[in-house]
Design a protein around this ligand. Structure first.
Ligand SMILES: O=C[C@H](O)COP(=O)(O)O
Length: 271
């Protein structure tokens, strides 16, 4: 069985906030402070439901100082990483630097990196490998565009992205991985894939990992859904068996809204 269980869920749920290119380092400190106050006030158990924020690179040092100084129970990561470790790569950020800043996670292959910067599965694979080399937990993002969904090829497309990005990884590395399914047509558009869509894809991703890396790897793999998540739809998506968490964009910029998403169990109880 997986070592990821927290005694309540099969795997520890992860609620992650991707701030994208929003909030400077001072705003970052304010948001992280307020978010922690709200969650601590509400007796949130951070061991039971993990909370992560993904600020811009320039905020990370400030977030590290705050989290370490005040021993805050949330974790943080970066939105991207270089495939290279060091050298003449102007503008790139090494996984080693992120590791030194206390990042636990890093996003790899986000759809905005793929569409705006031409990143393909081979690049995602190199970045993922670089992250693992330096002890970071990659959050691999996969998902189809509207044309692919309309053509009914979304499962095959997303599984191909997964396979390409995982090329050469060991079973152990795959077991600890987080994969976020983000249908591109649902990102920042207000369109949400239904809980059934999220479950269908997450089940397909888990089954694919089971067939290639074994049941234990599949049981440990955490699968997130991302795309126009709000507090009003979070609980219904997280109710699905194979969905282990959420990757939240816009709604993570509002501490009260994000805290409400983190406390999805409260909605499950009151729904
Ligand atoms: O990384 C987060 C996703 O791109 C979702 O963004 P969104 O919640 O603003 O749709």
């Amino acid at each position: 069985m997986t070592s990821k269980t927290n005694g309540v869920y099969d795997r520890t749920p992860l609620i992650a906030g991707n701030w994208k290119m929003n909030l400077d380092h001072q705003q970052a400190v304010t948001l992280v402070q307020k978010l922690t106050w709200i969650l601590t006030d509400a007796d949130h158990d951070f061991e039971k439901v993990e909370v992560a924020v993904f600020p811009p690179f320039t905020d990370l040092r400030s977030v590290q100082t705050l989290v370490a100084g005040d021993r805050l129970p949330l974790v943080y990561g970066a939105q991207d990483v270089s495939a290279e470790d060091s050298g003449a790569f102007t503008g790139e950020i090494s996984a080693q630097f992120l590791s030194k800043l206390g990042c636990r996670y890093v996003l790899v292959g986000h759809s905005e990196r793929r569409t705006l910067h031409g990143e393909d599965d081979a690049m995602a694979n190199r970045k993922l490998t670089a992250a693992l080399r330096h002890g970071l937990g990659p959050v691999l993002c996969v998902g189809e565009g509207l044309d692919v969904r309309q053509a009914g090829r979304h499962v095959e497309h997303t599984l191909a992205q997964l396979r390409g990005a995982l090329e050469g990884l060991s079973t152990e590395q795959v077991t600890d991985l987080v994969v976020a399914y983000e249908p591109v047509w649902a990102i920042g558009t207000g369109e949400v894939a239904g809980p059934d869509d999220a479950q269908q894809m997450c089940a397909a991703l888990r089954a694919d990992v089971a067939s290639r890396y074994g049941e234990e790897a599949a049981a440990g793999l955490r699968l997130l859904y991302g795309g126009s998540v709000k507090s009003s739809n979070a609980a219904s998506i997280l109710r699905e068996k194979d969905v282990d968490g959420l990757l939240v964009g816009g709604a993570s910029l509002d501490e009260a809204e994000f805290a409400s998403i983190v406390r999805f169990e409260h909605h499950l109880l009151t729904d």
